[in-house]
Design a protein around this ligand. Structure first.
Ligand code: SF4
Length: 439
């Protein structure tokens, strides 16, 4: 407890503590132990504002009157008990103690250059020239939809036509008369154009990738590249596959395979598939992406996968328009989740400046349209637009790569927006940016 004090004291906050102030609410977060303190009274708000000012840098003098106010004393006790700071008698240190506070350092990377562009007086063409290949080098991942067609009869084609907007997943064009493909020459050109990027991984998706007329040649070409390659298909696509050589060609070059699966399924067929895929040698990683529409689906698939513990699976909740409670119960964050997440300074600065779900990633669909997020308008097309222009516009517009919670309602007015994970595609689909149990 802070005893009754007769003199002014220095109040010092540790540099590991972040302060978030929105309206009259103040949140203190200690990156060392994930403790959170929240206040909504004016005195603490004033103290927080003083601590954050550039002239004070987390060290302020508190008057005798302030120190003996019950709210302020309780606040100081909270701060001390959570190892966030302390008070120091002014007669021990006459001068204000030297302290520092967390600063988002703007270095000479794309953020630094963009900062100059946004505050300087450049045209877009001059900006692009200034940034040069730094723009394209921000790209590190590509989702490539090589076809949007499949002749396989799926039990739930509706999932295949819209789940790709919620998580990485194949896309099926509903109009079966439309067949868009990226041919081998186009794929080669994309890879050539991205030579100066930092591309390190590619997801190759369909439709049914095995029905692409040049799939064998595409596999041969991509197998010669050093990118991490993950191929996506549906479990029905493999069952319908006549040419088993394709599967071996895919597996033989340390590629990864993700198999989408959802109910209804034939258990016997699925167990046969597990066995067949597990016997494929050369596959770097095999994973089943299980689409979940209800708690019942979770129990169903858990029972199946408990019988095959050597098979990796990833459960992906799918919003079908009628199962919002699945998300409210299982996906929405609460305070405990945030405390358990134990954010470090780096993660908080990332949350404040960019969206790690999207930054550095592009999607190209089988029409050649380029997206930074498939829930948003396209950025351009591989025929008409250069990657440098597309990426520059994306970075500048802050539509996806740099879209943070501080730019959307109601998160922009919430003290938790520095802690919550970046905006996800689920939130676009649910049309609700506060996918949490907090606000
Ligand atoms: S999701 Fe948005 S509203 Fe909810 S706690 Fe996070 S920042 Fe606040």
């Amino acid at each position: 407890m802070v005893e009754i004090l007769n003199k002014a004291q220095w109040f010092i906050l540790e540099p590991t503590v972040f302060i978030s102030i929105k309206n009259n609410n103040t949140l203190f977060y200690n990156t060392l132990n994930s403790s959170i303190l929240e206040y909504s009274d004016k005195q603490i708000l004033e103290i927080a504002n003083m601590l954050c000012s550039e002239e004070n840098l987390y060290a302020i003098s508190l008057s005798e009157t302030q120190l003996n106010d019950i709210n302020v004393r309780n606040f100081i006790n909270d701060i001390r008990n959570n190892f966030m700071g302390d008070i120091v008698p002014t007669d021990i240190s006459k001068k204000k103690p030297v302290q520092t506070m967390p600063f988002l350092e703007i270095r000479n990377d794309i953020n630094g250059i963009l900062h100059e562009i946004e505050t300087g007086d450049y045209t877009d063409a001059e900006s692009l020239e200034l940034l040069g290949k730094d723009v394209v080098s921000q790209l590190n991942h590509l989702d490539l939809f090589i076809t949007d067609h499949s002749s396989v009869t799926y039990k739930k084609p509706n999932i295949l036509s819209c789940a790709y907007k919620q998580f990485t997943m194949n896309f099926l064009e509903c109009d079966s008369s439309v067949k868009n493909i990226l041919n081998l020459e186009t794929i080669k050109k994309i890879i050539d154009d991205l030579f100066i990027s930092n591309l390190s991984s590619i997801n190759i998706l369909g439709g049914n990738i095995f029905e692409h007329p040049e799939i064998s040649e595409i596999l041969s070409f991509l197998n010669k590249t050093s990118y991490y390659k993950n191929y996506y298909c549906n479990y029905e696509d493999i069952i319908a596959l006549k040419d088993e050589c394709l599967l071996h060609k895919l597996a033989n070059n340390l590629n990864s395979l993700t198999v989408n699966i959802c109910r209804p399924i034939n258990k016997k067929v699925v167990f046969g598939l597990f066995k067949e895929l597990n016997n494929l040698s050369g596959l770097r990683k095999l994973e089943f992406q299980v689409m979940i529409e209800s708690e019942d689906d979770v129990a169903f698939f858990e029972a199946i996968f408990s019988e095959t513990p050597d098979i990796n699976c990833r459960y992906m909740p799918f919003f079908n328009g009628n199962n919002r409670t699945l998300f409210e119960d299982g996906v929405y964050l609460d305070k405990e989740d945030l405390i358990e997440s134990a954010y470090d300074e780096y993660r908080i600065f990332q949350n404040m400046s960019l969206n790690t779900n999207y930054f550095g990633k592009l999607t190209i669909n089988s029409r050649g349209d380029i997206y930074s997020n498939v829930n948003l308008d396209k950025l351009g097309n591989i025929i008409n637009n250069k990657f440098a222009d597309v990426i520059f516009n994306e970075i500048k517009s802050k539509k996806a790569w740099r879209k943070t919670r501080s730019s959307v309602q109601p998160c922009k007015d919430c003290t938790y927006n520095i802690l919550c994970p970046p905006i996800s595609n689920y939130e676009y689909t649910l049309n609700k940016f506060n996918s949490c149990k907090i606000r």
